[in-house]
Structure formats: C-alpha cells, structure tokens
Design a protein around this ligand. Structure first.
Ligand code: GCO
Ligand code: MN
Ligand code: MN
Length: 453
C-alpha cells in the first residue's frame, strides 16, 4: 500500500513518460489521482480551481454569455474528454498543454453550457488500472457528473493506442487480438452503461492497412460483421438500452481504413444480425477529407433513420483530419448542415469531435469549446431567419412549384401508370428553357449568412 506522499511521487514520475497523442489515459489518471489525493489531504488546490460543490456554479463565466447564442443544456451539446483534453501533440511535436483531469473537464464544460461529456474507456480508466482504481475513478467521475448536472450520452472504446492494435482490432489477422478487442469493448460497454450512455460509438481507428498484401479486404469486412454482431447480442443479453453508431473514416491513422464513408457503412449495416440496433456517427472532417458533400451523406443517414450521433467539427478540404472548431472553415455548408439537422428534427447529441489549435493554452481550449457551441447556435438562428425571410420563401415557393400536370403519373408503380406514362407527351422544351433562380437564392443565402439581410 502506498502512502499519500509515495503516491504523489510515483504519479509525478509517471508524468515524464511520453505517450502517443491519443494515449491520454495514464496522464489523466495521474492528474486524477493527484487531484483526489491532494483534495482529501487538503494541502493543495489543483489548478487553483474551487473544489467540487454539490450545485452547478453560477456566474462563473462572464464573457460571451449574455446574448441569445449562449449555449444551454437544452441545446444538447457534448464534447469528448479527448477533445478539450487534447494536448496538442502531433507527429512532429510534443505536448503543448497541461493535462486536465476528467472531473475538471466535466466542471468546465458544464460552466460553459455543455450538456454532455463522452469518453473512450481509457480516457477515464487507464489501460492497466486495477479494479479498485477503476471503481474509484468511476465513482468520482459519476459524482462530478451529478455535481455539475452533466450526462454521458455516448461512450466508446480505445482500440487504436496500444501497440497490440497496430494491425487493427476486430479485423486483425491474429485471433488473439480480435478476442482481446472484443473483451475490451464488452468491458467498455459495461462502463458506458454504468455511466448512462445510450449510444456506443465504434470507430475503426486502425481497422485498415498500408498494403493489401497481408490482409484480405473481404475477410476484414466479414470480421467486422462478426464483431459487431457479437456485441449487439451482448448488449441485448445484458438488457442495456444502448444502440451502436458506426463512424466511418477514409484514412488516418492507417493508409486506408475499411468501410471508409457514410455510404459504405450504410450498406454494411443492413448485412448485420440486428440492423435496427446499429446506425451511424458521421463526422464532418472525415467526409470532407475525401471531398464528399457531408450534408448529403448525413441526409441519407437521416432518411434511413440511421443518424444516431454526429461528430461536428470542420476541415479544409482533402488533407489530414484537422478537427477544427465547428463552423470555422466551411460556413455555407455548415449552415446547410445545421439547417438539415434542425429542419428534420434530429434529436440526438450535437457532439463536437474537434480540438483547439496547437497554438493555444488552456484559455484557448475553452474559447474553442465555447466557439463550437456558439457557432452552432448562430447557424440555428440563421436557419430561423431563412424560414421567415419573405423574399427567400417566395423564391422557394416558385422553385418548388414546377409543372403539376404530370403529378398524377408519379408515385408508386402501377401498370396503369406505367402505361399512361409511356403514352404521355411531356412538354420538355418549356421545362428545358426554364431558369431555376438558384443563383439568386444562393446569393440571398450568402447575404443572410453575412448579415446583410
Ligand atoms: C478520429 C475520430 C475519433 C473518434 C473517437 C470516438 O478521427 O480520431 O474521429 O475522434 O470519433 O475515437 O470513437
Ligand atoms: Mn476524426
Ligand atoms: Mn470522430
């Protein structure tokens, strides 16, 4: 058994370890332990923050909160522990920001107006934690959630940081790795269920290849199916109220990932044992990395009833995954995204899977988080204006009117309709000559977005 002093010394030694960017678990754990140890002993106040209280602190944020765009719990904004906890490490440079303990993140996000916090298993419980350490961390985290009025809508598994996953988890050629991946995920599902998560994200971080010489891509898809089927049965048997959201990504960290886009994933879902339990977690940056229209992808998922969750961020088109602040790059398409989500009644979390620029210190992280939420709300306000702008609405009415003469020939197939359609003379010349006024509508949209109307 370690004494408090030994524990602090041991943890301080741990801090000098270098870990891959996403392997944040041990540092988090270290700060977490330090935080709780020093709190109990009462001789050190972490980061000069107030100790946890049993009510949501009031008036702690004084800027950007007084207007209609200030985020509130009703907006259902969530962040991952790994997002605001991102320390700015990249393949070329070391950490630039300090560790934030999970309970500290919960407190800060709550103060900023967020509603939920999501996590990988190892964002909270280190890879090699003992059952006692796990229970303590989970207990303290749950206390923080209750103290700060935060929920855990989504949980996921880290199947990418540990070297054992270097050639994938569910798709690894090695049965022992596949078995370990399933074991780890079942335990992480238990953790998610304990924290109240109803969505479980599966992102195939390393489910891919650099070369197709060593892995059969057909077998890879079959293995993925086998794993997800297994996990669906597990969730059902446990009686958890949980659905899976699959997150496609075209590449990074592998050269190529399997099931790379929304479309690939959608097709795959319907081959599963329990497709009703499985939907999508599309991410803005991932579709933009391959030059796709994210709004169209999300629309297809929505239409199929498969938009279970969404990762909001932004991206300068085709390049590495940039995870920029939501709406910081593609103003117009992010407006259309918010318009789609709001108009179609998407009721799930508005989750930000993004992080602050590497140039930022801690204040920059909270500026970043607040910015994601405010921008979403500003777009939401613009959508309301779009709906009430008379000129835009009149134009839309005209655009959608078309020639109704042939309406009766459309709809579902009947042999009578098919016969009439084959015989009909359709006035294509008039239709072909007609201008559609999309230029004007698009310009009006731009003027609205830029505040000119
Ligand atoms: C990425 C992914 C991840 C996942 C996360 C949850 O590009 O790194 O977007 O951030 O969303 O691991 O599964
Ligand atoms: Mn991503
Ligand atoms: Mn993501």
């Amino acid at each position: 058994m370690l004494s408090i002093t030994d524990e602090i010394i041991e943890m301080s030694e741990v801090e000098t370890w270098t870990l891959p960017d996403r392997e944040t678990s041990m540092p988090y754990f270290m700060v977490h332990c330090l935080w709780s140890v020093v709190n109990h002993s009462g001789f050190f106040v972490f980061e000069k923050e107030e100790p946890m209280t049993t009510s949501v602190p009031q008036n702690t944020v004084r800027e950007w909160t007084s207007d209609e765009y200030a985020p509130s719990k009703e907006d259902k904004f969530s962040f991952g522990l790994w997002t605001v906890g991102n320390r700015g490490r990249d393949p070329f440079g070391e950490y630039v920001r300090p560790l934030f303990a999970p309970v500290y993140i919960v407190k800060k996000l709550s103060e900023l107006g967020a509603w939920g916090v999501n996590l990988h298993d190892n964002d909270l419980v280190p890879f090699d934690a003992t059952p006692t350490q796990r229970d303590r961390l989970v207990r303290e985290f749950k206390q923080a959630l209750s103290d700060y009025g935060m929920v855990v809508p989504m949980a996921t598994t880290n199947l990418f940081s540990h070297p054992v996953f270097k050639d994938g988890a569910f798709t690894s050629n090695d049965p022992a790795v596949r078995a370990f991946a399933l074991q780890k995920t079942m335990r992480a599902i238990d953790l998610g269920a304990e924290l109240g998560a109803t969505i479980y994200v599966l992102w195939g971080g390393r489910e891919g290849s650099e070369t197709d010489a060593g892995k059969d891509p057909v077998t890879a898809v079959k293995r993925m199916r086998e794993a997800i089927d297994f996990l669906c049965h597990y969730v059902k048997e446990q009686g958890y109220q949980m659905r899976f959201a699959l997150e496609p990504k075209p590449n990074e960290p592998r050269s190529d990932l399997y099931l790379p886009t929304i479309g690939h994933m959608l097709g795959f879902i319907y081959t599963l044992d329990a497709p009703e339990m499985v939907g999508l977690n599309p991410e803005v940056a991932h579709e933009l990395m391959v030059g796709l229209n994210f709004v169209h992808g999300v629309a297809q998922a929505l239409e199929a009833g498969k938009l279970f969750h969404i990762d909001l961020n932004d991206q300068k088109a085709p390049r590495y995954d940039q995870d920029f602040r939501f709406g910081s790059e593609n103003l117009k398409s992010m407006f259309f995204l918010v318009k789609l989500l709001e108009e179609k009644g998407y009721s799930g979390p508005r989750h930000f899977d993004a992080h602050a620029h590497r140039t930022e210190d801690e204040q920059g992280v909270w500026d970043f988080a607040r910015g994601c939420m405010r921008t979403y709300n500003m777009f939401k306000q613009k959508v309301r204006r779009f709906h009430t702008d008379p000129e835009i609405q009149a134009l839309l009415k005209e655009i959608h009117s078309g020639d109704q003469t042939y309406g009766g020939l459309l709809g579902g197939y009947t042999s009578e309709r098919a016969g009439r359609l084959k015989e009909a003379t359709i006035d294509i010349d008039t239709r072909a000559k007609r201008g559609l006024h999309y230029e004007k509508l698009d310009q009006l949209t731009i003027e609205l977005l830029l505040g000119a109307r």
